[in-house]
Design a protein around this ligand. Structure first.
Ligand code: PEP
Ligand code: MN
Length: 341
């Protein structure tokens, strides 16, 4: 960490900062010019960062040199993390995940049709929300436990693992009983209590990027889960808020490429929530794979016009099948494979 003192900061002000650092067990290295003094700090990161130096007299700026995350970083672990889900599905290090299914679980029939269609087309996991994070409290909130059971039954029929969201930390154990992958939604990415809890559970987690989260915030949130002992974490870029309104969000492809460099964790793209438009989902899935994504999450509904949630961005079963046919040669061209063993 660097503490940049204001121009002509007094000796007393500089000494006060140095004293505080030394009391905290850190070393302070002064580099003094005629006008400016910069203090280089070496010491325990947590302790040094917890000192509130920014507001002290004479302090202009505190610059954190160290990253606020460690376990998720490529510096800590160079090889790609591989996450296995159930006996067959795998993601990371060249294995591409394709997670498909409706925004929300609506009925047994809807789930049966969707599971059959996505399995036939080559999906490696089935998704569906039983607990839905809706902007309006009057919108469909999901079927809860009943929905989890429908999702599980449809997935088992076709030997697919289940990915579903844990909306509230109080439901984590229940969701874990029925699901193979616990999804942290974009709105919960900085729900630190939830991240702590999922870090202690022995289930793979899929964490979506927050609507306005920076890459550093994504990685810091991911650190909570690994710090708890859970190493099976998959990240997902699902579009961020920008000034653009034509698309629902903006799929941050350079963010995907950056994450692949900064972390060993698998990174997926979710072009359904990113674009909000069915006709853009396919091309952005392909763009995501070219940018280095380890897979895609796509919303599929047997009757999108009557979907309770996110119909305009949902592919029909035929649309999903076409998407898969376009992804197969791209996956092969990139020397990758569909994550199913
Ligand atoms: C979802 O995947 O069902 C969902 C609600 O997505 P997000 O959290 O990215 O909005
Ligand atoms: Mn949705």
């Amino acid at each position: 960490m660097l503490v940049v003192m204001r121009d002509h900061a007094s000796q007393d002000e500089i000494q006060h900062v140095v004293d505080l650092l030394q009391e905290a067990g850190a070393q302070a290295h002064l580099s003094g010019g005629e006008i400016k003094t910069i203090i280089g700090v070496i010491g325990d990161r947590e302790i040094v960062y917890s000192l509130e130096l920014q507001g002290l007299p004479g302090v202009e700026e505190v610059i954190r040199v160290l990253k606020p995350y460690k376990l998720v970083s490529r510096d800590f672990k160079a090889e790609d993390t591989v996450v296995r889900i159930g006996p067959h599905a795998v993601v990371g290090a060249g294995d591409i995940a394709v997670i498909a299914g409706p925004c929300s679980v609506e009925s047994e029939e809807q789930m049966a049709k969707t599971a059959a269609a996505v399995k036939a087309a080559g999906a490696t996991m089935l998704r569906g929300g039983a607990y839905k994070p809706r902007t309006s409290p009057y919108a469909f909130q999901g079927l809860g436990l009943e929905g989890l059971k429908m999702l599980r039954a449809a997935a088992d029929e076709h030997d697919l693992p289940v990915v579903t969201e844990v909306l509230d930390v109080r439901d984590a154990q229940t969701v874990a009983e029925w699901a193979d992958v616990l999804q942290v939604g974009a709105r919960n990415m900085q729900n630190f209590m939830m991240l702590d809890e999922l870090g202690k559970m022995g289930k793979p987690v899929l964490m979506k990027r927050g609507l306005s989260a920076t890459i550093e915030e994504v990685l810091s949130a991911a650190e909570y889960i690994l710090k708890g002992g859970n190493r099976d974490l998959i990240l997902c870029e699902r579009g961020i808020r920008t000034f653009e309104t034509y698309t629902r969000n903006t799929l941050d492809l350079s963010g995907v490429a950056a994450l692949r460099q900064l972390t060993h964790l698998p990174v997926l793209v979710d072009p359904s929530h990113a674009t909000g438009r069915r006709e853009l989902v396919g091309v952005m899935c392909r763009a995501g794979l070219v940018a280095g994504a380890d897979g895609v999450m796509v919303e599929v509904h047997p009757d999108p016009e009557h979907a309770k949630c996110d119909g305009p961005q949902s592919l029909t079963p035929d649309g999903f099948s076409e998407l898969m046919e376009s992804l197969r040669p791209l996956i092969e061209l990139q020397g990758l494979r569909l994550g199913w063993t």
